[in-house]
Ligand binder design. Structure first.
Ligand code: KIV
Length: 277
């Protein structure tokens, strides 16, 4: 089948037709290529990069340059999926001008199709300003890892009526500001379903139940390549780490005992030529 590049119109059509939207994180060329070939609608170059690839303790230290570097690699690997570049902490907080400038880098330098930023109603003016210059913005509410300290840790958000109402209002404000899609992280399923039913734009859940218009997972969680911890909302579809460790141990053993490389991995030379060396 001749697959088309996924567009915002296609994502909105899917919501209207009640077809689920898929999103997966990727941070490099080979992963982006696999995700793209799997027919996943959207690739999020998440700032989770900081934890699952760069080894930081949180997403907070991730820089613009790191994000741009990885987004470029993803762009080379993904031909059809819609690419969302995640704006890192403090790249959109100090001023609207700075936010527009940094959002622009994701589009101009890194070739992303859109950007994502974290925050509720208090970020609606930033979303609007970026959208107004022509850059599509995906919003992100609920558990927002960049400000997890302010939220007193990685906790489910919107569990009481007051905070749930605030999240509903945030979703409304972000839609009103022009966001084309909204990620909802770690909120109760009833709340996520209510927001999904009320909004015209698609919602993508992570730890937000099945009532969302789509789902996202972090690639390294899904394939078992991140061993530090596994949140409750993660489903590990395959556990690659033990298999990779096994392959590495086998390589070490074969090199040390002299069975690798074998003749099939070795280049030969005419013995007469070899004598002249
Ligand atoms: O950075 C990321 O990967 C994300 C997802 C968890 C939604 O923001």
């Amino acid at each position: 089948m001749n697959r088309q590049k996924i567009t915002i119109a296609e994502l909105h059509r899917k919501k209207q037709n009640k077809e689920k939207i898929t999103m997966m994180t990727a941070y490099d060329y080979p992963t982006a290529s696999l995700v793209d070939q799997a027919g996943i609608d959207t690739i999020l170059v998440g700032d989770s990069l900081g934890m699952v690839v760069l080894g930081y303790d949180s997403t907070v230290p991730v820089t613009m340059d790191e994000m741009i570097h990885h987004c470029k690699a993803v762009g080379r690997g993904a031909k059809h999926s819609f690419i969302i570049g995640d704006m890192p902490f403090m790249s959109y907080h100090s001023s609207v001008e700075k936010a527009i400038e940094n959002a622009g880098r994701f589009i101009k330098e890194a070739g992303c199709d859109s950007v994502k930023l974290e925050g509720g109603s208090e970020m609606a003016h930033v979303v609007k300003a970026i959208v107004d210059v022509g850059i599509p913005v995906c919003a992100h509410i609920g558990l927002t890892p960049q400000t997890a300290t302010k939220l007193s840790g990685f906790k489910v958000q919107g569990k009481d009526a007051e905070s749930a109402k605030a999240l509903v209002q945030s979703a409304r404000d972000l839609e009103q500001a022009g966001a084309f899609m909204i990620v909802m992280e770690c909120i109760p399923d009833i709340l996520a379903s209510k927001i999904t039913q009320e909004l015209k734009i698609p919602t993508i859940g992570i730890g937000a139940g099945k009532g969302c218009d789509g789902q996202v997972l972090v690639y390294h969680d899904l394939v078992g390549l991140f061993e530090r911890f596994t949140p409750k909302f993660v489903k590990q579809y395959i556990n690659l780490s033990p298999q990779i460790k096994e392959a590495l141990a086998q390589f070490k053993k074969e090199v040390e005992e002299g069975t690798f490389p074998g003749p099939e991995h070795t280049f030969s030379m005419n013995p007469e030529e070899a004598k002249k060396i």
